[in-house]
Design a protein around this ligand. Structure first.
Ligand code: NAP
Length: 312
């Protein structure tokens, strides 16, 4: 028996025919609205909103298999009310995203983009003792706002750099503390005491806008903000102002509130490294993300429990 499923067209090259057995697939292009019809599963990218209206238009839907660990593009309440399962792709993108977080930490701390620009523009006039002086990491403090899979992986990578680690999370992480010497503090103390603040909480009603004019003012002068989690954690105009005024040392961002649009003031702000949401963009990880999403669909359609449910 074949099942009618909707799958994001961008995943075509990442999936093998054997993974798609028994599926009657409608490939859904990014610019195509979610259709109405009798599909039983949808595999969307994080750029597709799946809310009450979309779910109403898909009355036979049994599963939304998101191709991301974050699932803020799905109305969970609406899905649960309609008995539609929701799954994500946890774990497989942890290392790739932690690597990219470190790329941003090093790029911002050592003015990598300014250096590249200087060389490319032909304006480098030679070694100068005070040129592009950055932040020495040894002895400094890294603050992890959120210390789940990715936050902890970022923390573990900090050890060889000699950084002290503070973290804020809803629950204590004794193994992580033992392994890294990290100390759990509340978010207020974390912002006030760290040289590099890295965001790893998901986007939820409680965390949206957690970095705003008020919390930015509480950060150490010259501190660096890194965000590889979700754009709407940060009020982009307030961040741009903190950079313009020189209060913040730098910002390294992979995610934005209204992707792919970036607030014009943030785009023009000084000392930023702005990436196009490539946290999980490695060959291996993207294959694994697509594979898990489709494996969740296959499990549910064959009457088994989903592999990585968002709620039970
Ligand atoms: P995770 O394992 O669920 O970790 C989330 C962490 O945030 C946990 O420590 C959790 O605390 C904490 N947290 C949640 N709500 C909080 C709150 N209100 N206040 C304080 N702490 C809170 O998730 P993950 O796998 O590390 O992924 C984190 C996020 O990264 C995802 O949600 C996703 O949005 C983003 N992401 C982005 C990319 C990219 O391409 N840039 C790639 C992958 C993931 P507890 O541990 O106490 O529950």
């Amino acid at each position: 028996m074949t099942h009618r499923v909707l799958i994001a067209a961008e995943l075509k090259n990442l999936l093998r025919p054997s993974q798609l057995a028994d599926l009657d697939i409608t490939w859904l292009a990014a610019d195509q609205p979610t259709p109405k019809g009798d599909w039983v599963a949808i595999v969307p990218l994080l750029s597709r909103w799946v809310g009450g209206t979309e779910l109403k238009h898909l009355p036979n839907l049994r599963i939304v298999a998101n191709v991301a660990v974050g699932y803020n593009n799905i109305d969970l309440v609406a899905a649960e009310m309609r008995n539609v399962l929701v799954t994500n792709t946890p774990g497989v993108l942890t290392e790739a995203t932690a690597d990219l977080t470190w790329a941003l930490i090093l790029a911002t701390a050592r003015h990598l983009i300014e250096g590249v620009d200087l060389v490319r523009r032909g304006q480098w006039t030679g070694w100068h003792p005070e040129q592009l002086l950055g932040l020495e990491l040894r002895g400094r403090t890294l603050g992890l706002l959120g210390a789940g899979r990715i936050g902890q992986a970022v923390g573990r990578r900090a050890l060889p750099f000699g950084l002290r680690i503070l973290y804020a999370a809803r629950t204590a992480k004794p193994d992580f503390e033992r392994e890294t010497g990290a100390t759990r503090v509340d978010a207020t103390r974390l912002l006030a005491e760290t040289d590099i603040v890295s965001l790893h909480v998901p986007s939820t009603p409680e965390t949206k806008g957690i970095i705003n004019g008020e919390t930015l003012a509480r950060m150490k002068p010259g501190a660096i903000l890194i965000n590889t989690s979700r754009g709407d954690l940060v009020r982009e105009e307030a961040l741009a102002m903190a950079l313009e005024l020189g209060h913040l040392g730098a910002a390294g961002l992979d995610v934005y509130t209204d992707e792919p649009t970036i607030h014009p003031r943030l785009l023009a702000a000084p000392r930023t490294v702005l990436l196009p949401h490539i946290g999980s963009a490695t060959e291996e990880t993207r294959h694994k993300m697509a594979a898990i999403a489709v494996a969740n669909v296959q499990a549910v359609l064959s009457g088994k429990p989903p592999l990585t449910p968002v709620y039970s």
